[in-house]
Each structure stands twice: as structure tokens, then as C-alpha cells.
Design a protein around this ligand. Sequence first.
Ligand code: NAD
Length: 488
Amino acid sequence: MSTISESELLAKVPSQLYINGQWVDAAGGKTVDVHDPATGLVIKSIADASPADGMKALDAAVAAQDAWAATAPRLRGEILRKAFDRVQELKDEFALLMTLEMGKPLSEAIGEVNYGSEFLRWFSEEAVRITGRYGTNPEGTGRTIVTQMPVGPCYLITPWNFPLAMATRKIAPALAAGCTVVVKPATLTPLTTLYFVKILEECGVPAGVVNVFTTSTTAEVSDPIVTDKRLRKLSFTGSTGVGQSLMKLATENMLRTSMELGGNAPFLVFEDADLDKAVDGVMIAKFRNIGQACTAANRVIVHESVADAFAQKVTERVKAMKIGRGTEDGVSIGPLIDSKAVAKADQLVQDAVSKGASVLTGGKAIDGAGTFYEPTVLTGVTSAADIMTEEIFGPVLSITTFSTEEEGIAIANDTEYGLIGYVYTEDFKRGQRLIEKLQTGMMGLNAGVISNASAPFGGVKMSGLGREGGFEGINEYLSTKYTMTPNP
Ligand code: NAD
């Protein structure tokens, strides 16, 4: 474990905007405070960009685009690989920084550094595999040439819940493809991205290729960038509502878009499941990141014959969870991101109880400093409860039951979202049926955590479009160009 103190680490993190290779104050010197959700205290004040600053960031990305696209893919890959090595070396610092600004337990923050940095390594390797094709057309009258071009300057908007991974998952494939970027991390957790961009600068990313700003006046600064004709791609991770409004703006210039939006993941436990494995799986799928993940198990749907045994085992595990600041040893439940998140979790619990659910453990906000909510287990949740349709984004495990496979699938698919589903069964044929029948972009089959840089992450329905990671990830930043030429 790193011996660096919290104050030493925070002093190393830039507090300015990074535009065209320079760290600069916001126009007018405005700043915005970043808080530790475990204490409510301000940990750092950082530059708060104005619309003019946002436009300067786009100007820089546009100016750097052609030269960056012309660099050798190997060079781009080597810069990303250097960044991977450096983030790994600074693992403890990145982890502590995320715990300080976002609240997740330190052990989970280490996990995120490993996961998030893998996108740098994966796309460092993909940069040199961008390829095309050359061939005779079917009529034999000419040659078909297909090449892949970088889409051009990109605007990358990330959420607060995974401050490193959401940034690397976008920045790495964009740079690998030869695109320049403007990055806007969430105002609640910008420090990790600022520190990461400092590392990219040290690793040799040329001026203008990566630009980053934070702002408290988001739409005012962001809208002119999204609607600027020079921007060619918008990649957004966040809530479905904001994603929808950005999609509308993006139609103005027919922007390429990737949308990683909200989820309402079903976690199906069949009567033939290994219950202990299912309990292990749901503890991760539900409580990782204090329940604040788009992939979080939102509706635990258990076969009626095993529901009581499952609920009992889960409740024992949840009662043993240690709540506290993520920096403390053994803590698995840190604070929620802010008081609004606590109020929302509580309101969903109260609503479910008023519609017939029982609280097996938890069910209350915790008084005192910080924004904590007790890890909670609800059973007997009815279809009328809001918790069945809304993203909880908190440590509340909500159990409902089913009696036949068809009914389980119908409940699982009864949502506007389609990011991920989890299925626990020891019957492989049933697992295969579920792969085909669950309306989601991803599935965990006897697995409670699925994220991996080598795999395509993304959803269907209101969970968005596009894929991040895998072979598919770099294609989001490439545009296919076809050329016809007569026979030589
Ligand atoms: P959010 O939509 O409030 O904010 C996401 C980002 O968009 C932030 O940077 C925010 O500042 C910015 N933003 C907000 N309004 C904007 C506007 N008008 N113009 C431009 N940018 C704007 O979401 P959040 O609360 O930060 O994150 C939680 C949400 O993100 C959840 O719904 C979660 O499911 C989703 N999420 C999805 C994935 C995925 O891969 N599908 C991953 C993580 C989080």
C-alpha cells in the first residue's frame, strides 16, 4: 500500500483545465469544489470552465486532429502502453483518489484501477490492427478498396461512478484510432480524470490531442460543443434522460454517437442453481460500488422453491457488511455519492414496503457526517413497486419470485432497459435458452461480474447503443471508407 498521505496525493492532482497541452485556469478564475462523500468536506477546488473555455478545448482538438491521425499506429499504441504501465505503477494513488472523491472501498478502487488501465493495454494492441481490404468486385470490372479512417475530433462525457474506467474506456480507443478528444468528467468526481490526463501528458501525448475540462454549468458549456460542425463524434456514459437529450442535439450535425446509459438488471436464480454461488454472485452484482453501477443487479428474481433459503443466506452476508469510509480496513459499504442518492434509495424502499415488501435488514439512512445508507434486503417485492422499474443506484437488494422459466424471463424482460442480465442455473441448456431470450446487450451466466477490456460492453433498448471494449470498441472511433477503382 502506498505511503502517500491524502493531502500529499491531492496536492499532486492538477486543479486546472488542460487545453492544447497547457494547464490553465478557467476564464474569470471560477472554481468548483469537490467533496469527499464520506465526510461531506471539500477536498479540492478546481477550475470551473466557461463556454469560452469549452470552445478553446474543441479548437485545440480540431487543430491537432490531422497530425494525430497521421502518426504511426505503433507510436499511438506505445504511448497508450506507457500510460498503462504508469497507471499500474501509481495504482495505490489512483485507488485512493477514487475513494476520496467517490467513496468506494479502497479494495474496489484497486479493482477499478486494474480494470480501467486494461483499456490502455488492450487498445495499445488494437491500434496496430486497424485494417482494410482490397479485392476484385463480383463482376470482375474493378477493384474494391475498403479503409478505416479516424472519425475525427470526439467529445467524451463520463459519469461519476467509475471515475477512471469510464475515462480510459473512451480515451484509449479514441487515441488508438487516431482521434483527438475533449473530455468532460462528471463535476462530482473530476480529480481522477485530471490526474490521468497528467499521466497521458507525461507519456508523450502531443498538445491538443487530449483536452479536459470540468464545469458546473454543464449544458451551457457542453451544448455549443455538441452542435459545433467540427465535432464528429459524441461518446456519452450516464443516465438515459441526459443521453436522450444529447442524442437530439447530436442529430443537428449527424454526429456519430455511442450511448452507454442506465440499466435495470435482472438477476435470475433458478431452482437448479448452486445457491451458494448465486449468493456470492449477487453480493458482487448488487453491492459492488455501493450499488452504484449501471450493471448492478436491480431486480433479484428467484424461483419460489428456493427464495426463502436464498433470502436467508443473503441477509446473513449483508448483516455482516462493514459500513464506513472507504479508506478504513474491511469496509465494503462506503457512502452514496450525495444526499439526493440517499433520499432516492430511501424513497424506493418506503414505496416498496407500502406496496407489500418486507425489510429483512437495513432500510434506513445513517445519521451523521457523510451520505450513508444501510445495506438493505427486501423480499416480497411486488410488480407495482417503483423499485422494479427504476434504477436504484444504492445498496438495496430487492427480491421477487417466479414459478416457471417463462414467467422468470417475462419479469426479467419487463423493463425499458436492456444492459445486462444475470442468470444462475446449473442446467446448461437453460443457460443457452436464456442467452437467446434475455433482451440485454450482456449476460452473466453463473457470473456476478462480467466487465473485461477484451469484451464488448453495451446495451440494447433504453440502455443505449454502441459497444466499448473488445474488437468492437475501436470501431466506434473509425469510419469505413470504400473506394472503387477500375482494373489495373
Ligand atoms: P448523468 O447523466 O447525470 O451524468 C453523466 C455525465 O453527463 C456527467 O459528466 C454530467 O456532468 C454530464 N451531463 C449531465 N447533463 C448534461 C448535459 N445537459 N449536457 C452534457 N453533459 C451533461 O449520470 P450520472 O449520475 O453521472 O451517472 C449515473 C448514470 O450513468 C446511471 O444511469 C448509470 O446507469 C449510468 N452509467 C451507465 C454506464 C454504462 O456503461 N451503460 C456506466 C456507468 C454509468
